[in-house]
Write a protein that binds this ligand. Structure first.
Ligand code: G6P
Ligand code: MG
Length: 224
């Protein structure tokens, strides 16, 4: 039986993935760089500075910037982003998530958030979910972001749960890869094309149920 479920935040608990996209799009427009949905798929789950690097690399003539200039642009994106998340409320918890958290709790599982976002504590507070989890990964203590497994192993280590007894839930390709590299069971939310490595996939959060996830986990662990 699994012992813990580690949830990504942006695009899983709430649709802040869309706000990250809009904020990058706005910064891109200021720089004359088009940030479209395809490029955005490469940014999901990826740290602020790395996302900026990928956007700059997509420019027709990629600019060469100093570390200070990079920091300045990253801060600008974050200003756009924080303006957008200021209006988040508990109504913005994605469909099916509140019920799922309750079901998993009732089944005796520990719950954690595995997000590299420095805005995660603020967003969780806005959602009214700040006391819903046993542990929230502190972005400041992670050395390597997704697709490195550290975000997920850090949560499991803190909860003192073996990796194969953990379930990770993600909407990003980089996130699913991180869960698999951690040796955990990966639940993907999105398209099969993007989340090829997921062990169990749904196209939207309202299709998540504890019963289905636990059954899929059992089949996976039995095969191992
Ligand atoms: C999450 C999001 C990414 C974001 C990263 C850093 O992984 O999926 O889109 O770039 O966090 O977020 P931050 O709020 O610290 O810029
Ligand atoms: Mg995400």
């Amino acid at each position: 039986f699994p012992q813990a479920v580690i949830f990504d935040l942006d695009g899983v608990l709430t649709d802040t993935a869309e706000f990250h996209y809009l904020a990058w799009k706005q910064l891109g427009a200021e720089l004359g760089i088009e940030v479209d949905k395809a490029l955005n798929e490469q940014l999901k789950g990826v740290s602020r500075l790395q996302s900026l690097e990928r956007i700059l690399a997509a420019a027709p003539v990629p600019p060469v910037l100093t570390a200070e200039e990079m920091e300045h642009l990253a801060a600008k994106k974050n200003a756009h982003y924080t303006a957008l998340i200021a209006s988040v409320t508990p109504n913005d918890i994605l469909p099916g998530i509140a019920a799922l958290l309750q079901e998993l709790r009732a089944a005796g599982l520990k719950l954690a958030v595995g997000s590299a976002s420095r805005n995660a504590p603020f967003v969780l507070e806005r959602l009214g979910l700040d006391s819903a989890f046993d542990y929230v990964v502190d972005a400041g203590r992670i050395q390597r972001g997704k697709p490195d497994p550290e975000t997920f192993t850090n949560a499991a280590d803190h909860l003192k749960v073996p990796y194969e007894s953990c379930i990770g839930v993600e909407d990003a390709a980089a996130g699913v890869e991180a869960i698999k590299r951690a040796g955990m069971f990966a639940v993907g939310i999105g398209s099969a094309q993007t989340l090829r490595q997921a062990d169990y996939l749904v196209t939207a959060t309202e299709l998540l149920s504890a019963e289905h996830i636990l059954a899929a986990y059992s089949r996976w662990i039995d095969k191992a």
